[in-house]
Write a protein that binds this ligand. Structure first.
Ligand SMILES: [Zn+2]
Length: 82
């Protein structure tokens, strides 16, 4: 979940983990923690035709979520960080 605040000329936004409610602050354009952002647009063959669902998960909740998978996530290591 993303909240946008435009109080000043420097808009900051706050990301809130949808699962545990933890706030991930963004200060001076820098996000202090990585989050998982999910977005899916459900189509005709779903029961949610035309709906777009978005959510954010903190790293702890993401880890918990993927641990429940039958098949583990594919992990690729970046050889070069930008
Ligand atoms: Zn969380």
């Amino acid at each position: 979940m993303r909240k946008y605040m435009e109080k000043t000329t420097n808009p900051c936004h706050v990301i809130i983990c949808n699962k545990c409610g933890k706030k991930i602050d963004k200060k001076d354009g820098l996000q202090k923690e990585e989050v998982f952002h999910g977005e899916v647009r459900w189509g005709y063959f779903s029961n949610k035709d035309g709906e777009t669902h978005t959510f954010d998960l903190c790293e702890a909740c993401y880890d918990e979520w993927i641990r429940s998978f039958q098949i583990p996530v594919e992990i690729k290591e970046e050889t070069e960080l930008l």
